[in-house]
Design a protein around this ligand. Structure first.
Ligand code: PLP
Length: 362
């Protein structure tokens, strides 16, 4: 069967080269005589895989030495609780920027554990633009500031890194991790569910500055304690072994491609093709303000709910899958993560033109 172009927001496409490599290793990995799925996480073969995954990620993201890399489970949503439990430990305060649904969920979860306020919010403009902030937006005694760097549902992204002074900045990067270079040293902690841009579902990545860990609330479940996980090299218990192995293949693929600078160029080229088309016509409307546009998730509507529905179903029949927008916002969303080839976006734009011609608005 022919592979489709899968525009799903997550779980989402993986690079063909990665899938083929994984298929090739499926039954027998190297000289082990077994698949990676069947291996003890304490075996020398697996130890080499997880160490190589970490080394490659450190290399492509240029992660400074004073940061720990943790391969965890529970999804980004578990981090909504783990972050306050581990970091809200000096003054019991944290400031959140609300830029969409996930940041709002993170904010509500954190409120269970301390004095948590919204320092800025885009809710009144339906999250169509990222709120502007200055250092004065944040309480000087906040233990951290939390942002969601790329908003998967609305298709917005921070085009700046908030200036928080000495307050550690925590970022949910689930839907933009390894899509472009980021200066890790500007963040106290970065976390990401892997299933958008890195690996199959089941792996959560945490990159955390060493000095921020070791002071978790005493009621913190062991599984959420960064210090415990760091001291055990992500092997306090069984890690998501197979996902980490696929992540390693993805990191290798990016390295071979020329690293994150090259990855960014490819992603910019894909996003520009779609946004340039959206800006050149008036059949489809892109609701996000230009300065806040995401390179990974592109949202658009026809302005007519029935046409939107028809669009998603006809696109699906044409091999362009999962273009229906998130159930909370409607319309369409094209998630064009690292693994989406340029040809996939070309096919989408060609389909959009055809659909507009064939379905004039009343
Ligand atoms: C998908 C997503 C989440 C939720 O991730 P889970 O791994 O399903 O918990 C959180 N934040 C962002 C930005 C996401 O895109």
């Amino acid at each position: 069967m022919k592979r489709v172009y899968n525009f799903s927001a997550g779980p989402s496409m993986l690079p063909m080269q990665v899938l083929e490599k994984a298929a090739n290793d499926m039954c027998c990995y190297g000289e082990s005589g077994m698949s990676v799925m069947e291996m003890s996480h304490r075996s020398p073969e697996y130890d080499a895989i997880i160490k190589e995954a970490e080394a490659l990620l450190r290399e492509i993201m240029e992660i400074p030495d004073n940061y720990k890399v943790l391969f965890l489970q529970g999804g980004a949503s578990t981090q909504f609780a783990a972050v306050p439990l581990n970091l809200m430990n000096k003054n019991g305060k944290a400031d959140y920027i609300l830029s969409g649904q996930f940041s709002t969920k993170a904010y509500k979860e954190a409120q269970k554990y301390g004095d948590v306020v919204a320092a800025a919010s885009g809710k009144d403009v339906n999250f169509s633009v990222i709120p502007e902030t200055t250092r004065e937006s944040f309480r000087a005694d906040a233990d951290y500031v939390h942002i969601c760097f790329n908003n998967t549902i609305y298709g917005t992204k921070f085009n700046y890194i908030p200036d928080t002074g000495d307050i550690p900045l925590v970022a949910d990067m689930s839907s933009c991790i390894i899509s472009e270079p980021v200066d890790v040293s500007k963040f106290g902690l970065i976390y990401a569910g892997a299933q958008k841009n890195m690996a199959p579902a089941g792996l959560t990545l945490v990159i955390v500055r060493e000095d921020l860990i070791g002071n978790a609330d005493e009621k913190t479940p062991a599984m959420l304690d960064y210090k415990l996980m760091a001291d055990n090299d992500s092997m306090y218990n069984t890690p998501p072994c197979y996902c980490i192995y696929v992540a390693k293949l993805v990191y290798e693929w990016i390295k071979e491609l020329g690293g994150l600078t090259e990855m960014k160029k490819l992603n910019e080229k894909k996003a520009a093709l779609l946004y340039d088309y959206l800006d050149s016509q008036d059949y489809y409307i892109a609701p996000v303000k230009k300065e806040s546009r995401s390179m990974m998730n592109v949202t658009f509507v026809t302005g007519d709910a029935d046409l939107d529905k028809k669009f998603a179903s006809e696109a699906s029949a044409a091999g362009l899958k999962n273009l229906k927008g998130h159930r909370s916002v409607g319309g369409m969303r094209a998630s064009i993560y690292n693994a989406m080839p340029y040809e996939g976006v070309e096919a989408l734009v060609a389909f959009m033109k055809k659909f507009a011609d064939e379905n004039p608005k009343a």
